[in-house]
Ligand binder design. Sequence first.
Ligand SMILES: Nc1ncnc2c1ncn2[C@@H]1O[C@H](COP(=O)(O)OP(=O)(O)OP(=O)(O)O)[C@@H](O)[C@H]1O
Ligand SMILES: [Mg+2]
Length: 466
Amino acid sequence: MSSTPARLLVVDDEPSMLDMLTLLFADEGYAVETARSTEEARRVLALGGLDLVLCDIMMPDGNGLDLLREIKTSNPDAPVIMMTAYTSTKSAIDAMKLGAYDYISKPFDVDELKIIVQKALERAELVDENVYLKKALEKKYTFNNIIGRSARMQAIFSLIERIARTASTVLIQGESGTGKELIARAIHYASPRAANRILAINCGALPETLLESELFGHERGAFTGAVREKKGLFQEANRGTLFLDEIGEMSLTMQVKLLRALQERKIRKVGGNAEESVDVRVIAATNQNLEERIAKGDFREDLFYRINVIPIQLPPLRQRREDIPLLVDFFLQKYCEEMNLSPRQISIDAMRMLEGYDWPGNVRELENMIERTLALAHSDTITTKDMPVQLLTHRKSHAEIVSLPEEGLDLEAYLEDIRAQLMVQALERTGGVQTQAAELLGMSFRSFRYYAKKAGLKGGADSDDE
Ligand SMILES: Nc1ncnc2c1ncn2[C@@H]1O[C@H](COP(=O)(O)OP(=O)(O)OP(=O)(O)O)[C@@H](O)[C@H]1O
Ligand SMILES: [Mg+2]
């Protein structure tokens, strides 16, 4: 970045000033361009490639502040330093408001000017480098717009790359809002099928007969209302991908029909006799625990094995908290652009709060929260004050954000709350076994039971013994 000399533009109507500054900065190793009028300056600026502009405010053919305004829109990263013949505070303030890096009053001390220029260039380079590093980082932790630096997400990205080439059926399991559909689309677009379509259907949203005709099509007159022949999604997605969302909701009868289609790679329209071969990759998703559904007899085991060729388990967001800051940045950028807002920042405390929250709605909840917060926030920086209430009351751990509110607090209730939250976490970790949860917290089983009851926590697996 610093191998080529920095290019400076000096704008001043006084020839002696231009000569002096050219000599001064050439001596410092910079490449110097000059302009004697705002018009001439515009011509040089249009050529681009400038690293810094030094500009007089009073020009015979116009105002240096207008030029500054133009530079800030056409070339926002180049620092601009304004020079003014009079110590006019008003124009100096105007210049700073318009985004000037600094200003200097004539007559000035050349050493002072040299330092200002050097600092401005250093800072510009730093800004540049930050943008560059951030981009590189984003790229590293992004797979087709899916963000994830956590080891578990990185493992999923590499799995997607490996399985994209195959036509094997994929089963994506994960809580609501974890990104199942996003992953399904990424698999399709990373595959040789990307040139063809990916079609999606929510198996839970349609009654059985309709779902069957949606999937396999129907012949004319197959049922009342079937006024013309219709292709099914399996035919429409031929040579592409079919995404069967909420597969756990499918009725047992439909499960049999789907199993047949998957095994034989042939389908039969509703009301038809002929079989048709199809070449479709199926990706199924569910937020239910299919093994549990099998145990209850609600889901066919044979279908499960047929679709679970490549299982992908998407972890809930609370189990990959290290992804939260990247996701927040990503959504901030996305929604600022969408809402035409200048880039927004988030305070460290607010980010901590987001990292500490449990996100029952996972990434979708985080995304919605950022969108809503941006729409309501008043300033360029989002602070804890802008956070919705559930984040203030349901945060995971108070330990990292202990601070005494201005209005004071009820310490007993506060500590009770912390105890209850830690007990919930201990129960989660031990699969609901209270004896182990008590041990994890260094509590006797007796007092664990006492406080669990007091806090109204659900009984664990062993709550009935003793
Ligand atoms: N890792 C991620 N990076 C960026 N955006 C994500 C990520 N995961 C999810 N999202 C976004 O979150 C939202 C929810 O994702 P998606 O619809 O894929 O979830 P889902 O698991 O299918 O949820 P549901 O079970 O409720 O259908 C989408 O807007 C998606 O773009
Ligand atoms: Mg979904």
